[in-house]
Design a protein around this ligand. Structure first.
Ligand code: ARG
Length: 541
């Protein structure tokens, strides 16, 4: 059968004659001339597709909602929010690059019972906020929360006042709303300082945004409620019972949508959110980047909306769950004092360490950061430090936990950001050394692929499109980090004095130009790939 196939396929434009390789296998080997033609077709110079390394946007663009980051505004962002923010941003970048319309939704928690407590506490410690809520300054959200909670636990009167304040908030009492709003804005300022630093854009649309739609959810559920149906009252609460979910005792597991005291909860707001995303944003695909701990919540939610028939069959829902960030010793991440580690502090630490790493004189004699001005050195350290944290996160399979270990993240060797950034900066310096402006290389000159290291580099370069397809379909950023790492390695074999080829001093001229073009294509591919991970490259390191 294999011989029959080989005789009939017409692939000699791009493939060497296929060979039968044992039972069940046929080997196909791409022709170097075909690889060269593909690379020659990649536009360069100031062509608008140059920075996209020739990749055209998709022809069937979708509207995609990505639910990312979404911290609770009662507290400061901690290490647990890193993953959702970084993974969500990467997925959004890839989907936007492919040409989809992406809504990056920051579904912050701003509507729970804790907000009654915080508003009541704020009123008691800063009584002037009642008149001037915009003047709220909370230097340390975390300790503010801890103090409020301590008072809540110790003082019954304060507990009662807090509960009354939530009710007032949710009923729309103007004074409570004003203070609450100012508190949320203050908390969001803390978050956005981090988003800006990380280069993450998103739209803040917290639980409170859906307050009216939550009423609509209840109206719709009341309309289909039946004593024996899958929407019914149970012990005074209004519940949905999605099929296939049971308690440990085998009883149907409820999703409570209105508590027996009449209050709404997380599930109520998530149901309302779906109405907004489907009916108003017209989403075709909704991706929730939320820790694996919420797996069951999302499974029940998706099952419930399907069963309720609130969404078209063709709308897809995906819970992109991820594992935990652990401390270097493998235990849950805590500060020395036992509190949760604030994200801002960790980023500072990473940048500080990156400065130390990039300042070490490298063993192979390449220039160290000391040749940079102090401002340049700061910028490099900031870029490398943030890149190290992001890259390490994205390079792990989503489902697995990982240890937050700055030493490993900042290693110059291996699948790390410093290695990748250095690989990029090194190629750019080849251009400088050769006195060549990559952007001005003649794009009509042939790419010549003869040496094995050139052929494997060419093949890697041509795999970006399929890599991005996998990332956007399967939502796996580590497929992209793996690809970039392999590309950087293929490049270093190509450029290696012993096993690779000469580049800057290659002769004749057309071979030199071809090799410089391979350098340029590699640099552009690395830059684009890193950009899609949310990482900024540096020209010198
Ligand atoms: N605020 C939630 C938390 O901190 C995450 C929200 C995720 N998004 C959602 N639509 N439920 O756990």
């Amino acid at each position: 059968m294999a011989s029959a196939i080989i005789e009939r396929v017409e692939i000699d434009d791009f493939c060497e004659p296929p060979q039968v390789a044992g039972p069940g296998f046929i080997n196909f080997r791409l022709k170097p001339s075909f690889l060269a033609r593909c690379l020659e077709a990649v536009p360069g110079g100031d062509d608008p597709l140059a920075a996209r390394v020739g990749i055209e946007p998709t022809r069937d663009a979708q509207t995609i909602v990505i639910d990312l980051s979404s911290p609770n505004l009662a507290k400061e962002m901690h290490v647990g929010h890193l993953r959702s923010t970084v993974i969500g941003d990467c997925i959004a970048r890839v989907l936007e690059f492919e040409g989809h319309t992406v809504h990056r939704e920051n579904h912050v928690g701003d509507w729970g019972t804790q907000f009654g407590m915080l508003v009541a506490y704020l009123r008691s410690v800063q009584p002037e906020v009642a008149d001037k809520p915009d003047d709220i300054v909370i230097a340390d959200l975390e300790s503010f929360y801890v103090q409020a909670k301590a008072r809540f636990d110790a003082d019954d009167d304060f507990g009662r006042e807090s509960r009354d304040t939530v009710v007032a908030l949710q009923r729309g009492d103007p004074s409570t709303r004003r203070i609450w709003k100012a508190f949320c804005e203050e908390s969001l300022r803390h978050c956005h300082a981090i988003y800006d630093r990380l280069g993450v854009r998103l739209i803040d649309r917290g639980e409170s945004f859906y307050a009216d739609l939550m009423e609509e959810v209840i109206r719709r559920l009341e309309a289909v409620k039946k004593a024996d149906g899958f929407v019914r009252d149970s012990e005074g609460a209004l519940c949905v019972f999605p099929e296939g979910f049971t308690t440990r005792d085998g009883l149907p597991l409820p999703m409570i949508v209105r508590k027996s005291d009449g209050g709404f909860n997380y599930a109520t707001s998530d149901l309302a959110t779906i109405l907004h995303r489907v009916d108003t944003l017209k989403a075709d695909r909704i991706i929730y980047v939320v820790g694996l701990a919420q797996k069951q919540h999302f499974a029940m939610l998706f099952s419930a909306v399907r069963r309720l028939g609130w969404v078209d069959q063709k709308v897809s829902f995906e819970h992109l769950g991820f594992g935990n960030v652990l401390a270097a010793d493998g235990r849950p991440f805590k500060t020395r004092e036992g509190g949760t580690a604030k994200l801002g502090k960790l980023l500072d630490e990473a940048v500080k360490r990156a400065r130390a790493v990039t300042q070490d004189q490298p063993a192979d004699g390449r220039p160290s950061i000391r040749t940079l001005s102090p401002d340049q050195a700061d910028a490099v350290a900031e870029a490398v430090g943030l890149a190290a944290v992001k890259y390490f996160d994205l390079a792990h399979a989503l489902q697995s936990d990982y240890k937050f270990d700055l030493n490993t993240m900042l290693a110059m060797e291996g699948n790390t950001a410093p290695y990748m950034l250095y690989a990029y900066a090194r190629i750019r310096s080849i251009g400088r050394k050769a006195g060549v402006d990559f952007a001005a290389l003649p794009s009509d000159q042939a790419i010549i692929l003869e040496h094995a290291s050139e052929i494997s580099l060419a093949k890697k370069l041509l795999q970006l499109t399929e890599t991005l397809d996998v990332v956007s379909r399967e939502l796996r950023p580590n497929v992209l980090t793996d690809y970039l790492y392999e590309l950087a390695r293929a490049f270093s074999r190509f450029y290696d004095k012993k096993i690779g080829v000469r580049v800057v001093d290659a002769t004749p001229e057309n071979v030199r130009t071809s090799r410089l073009r391979l350098c340029d294509l590699t640099a552009r591919t690395l830059k684009l790939g890193l950009h899609l991970l949310g990482i900024n490259t540096v020209e010198q390191m």
